[in-house]
Write a protein of this length. Structure first.
Lengths: 145, 210
């Protein structure tokens, strides 16, 4: 019994540490619901730290391709996120009418985009540090970098 | 440790481990923010200068658009955009003579002249007034053509206009203009009112729109 308890403690402790490490940057949350026949429903919760980690295992060729495709946007995104981090809680865009609402804001170091329309609902929550990590890694793989 | 205590300890450890392992991940790392609501956004007044744009439409849909941009953010991001005429925070204009008007010379003339009214047009259709007052260029247009009047008022600090034209002969320096704007106090830059829309562009230190 004692041996089992020790094994459970060890396993549990390892899982907790691994979980805490993976969750240290929070979650990337993407929820998309299209209210039409055949509309897609995507609900994704991914630990933010897992994405840059996973990107290390992506073959260089694919990273170069992705970097090439995002070449024009990368410096803008990098500068944008770097500056956004200075404004931890701010509402940048707010559009409202009778049945649609769009919000873009930063909340506790995360970029939050919220679209609520009769035909679709989109909710994106992403830590700014994760976006910065991803753009940095893509920039590192840019041709000529 | 007695057998009874040992058993109790083992059971407690197992339960504690199970609770920790199966507890929601969000509870360990963060509480995921709920979808945004205006009341939730944290309002603050800081030394940062914010450019605000507000459009309120009075049509049936009742659309309201609010955009709040920190000037420093715009100053840093603009130079990163190199597309078409925009590069390094400057907009290239092919020729400073727009419609045969030498803009640079015009700006220089306005800058060096004393306060006063430069253009005053009054007609049945519209009233136009262009003036320089307290180092601000003021443009006021009142459209009376329709039964529903519309009114436009633009008020730009001269320092901002100077900065805008401070680049080469064929360029407008947007970053310099934003930098000059950030040195200004709270001010209303653009106000448009017509029967359908109200547009307001202003500058202050708040990160939210009233």
């Amino acid at each position: 019994m004692m041996l089992l308890a020790k094994a459970a403690l060890g396993l549990g402790g390892t899982l907790i540490l691994a979980g805490a490490y993976t969750m240290r940057e929070g979650l990337i949350r993407i929820d998309v619901d299209e209210f039409r026949s055949g509309g897609s429903h995507v609900h994704m919760w991914v630990p933010a730290a897992a994405i840059p980690m996973a990107m290390h295992f992506v073959p260089s060729k694919h990273m170069r391709d992705a970097s090439e495709q995002a070449r024009e946007a990368l410096p803008i995104l990098h500068a944008f996120v770097k500056e956004l981090k200075k404004y931890p809680d701010a509402e940048f865009v707010q559009i409202d009418d009778n049945d649609q609402h769009v919000r873009m804001r930063t909340h506790q170091g995360k970029l939050q985009i919220d679209v609520d329309a009769p035909d679709q609902k989109v909710y994106v929550l992403c830590p700014l540090s994760a976006i910065e990590d991803i753009t940095s890694q893509l920039e590192e793989h840019a041709p000529g970098a | 440790m007695s057998d009874r205590n040992r058993g109790f300890f083992a059971k407690t450890a197992l339960v504690a481990t199970a609770v920790l392992v199966f507890s929601p991940p969000g509870a360990l790392a963060q509480s995921t923010a709920a979808p945004a609501s205006p009341s939730q956004s944290t309002a603050s007044v800081s030394k940062d200068r914010w450019l605000h744009v507000r459009v309120i439409s009075s049509d049936a849909k009742g659309e309201t658009v609010r955009v709040n941009v920190p000037l420093e953010l715009a100053e840093k991001v603009l130079p990163a955009i190199n597309k078409h005429r925009l590069h390094d925070g400057k907009v290239r204009i092919d020729d400073a003579h727009v419609s045969d008007v030498d803009l640079r010379a015009l700006v220089e003339a306005i800058r060096t002249t004393k306060d006063g009214e430069f253009v005053t047009v009054q007609s049945n259709d519209c009233d136009v007034r262009v003036a320089k007052l307290n180092n601000h260029l003021i443009v006021h247009v009142l459209d009376k053509e329709n039964s529903k009047k519309s009114e436009i008022e633009i008020k730009v600090p001269m320092k901002v206009i100077d900065a805008l034209f401070s680049a080469g002969t064929d360029e407008l320096d947007l970053v310099a203009a934003l930098h000059a704007l950030s040195a200004q106090g709270d001010t209303e830059l653009v106000s448009v009112k017509d029967h359908e829309n109200t547009v307001r562009v202003w500058l202050d230190s708040k990160n939210f729109t009233d």
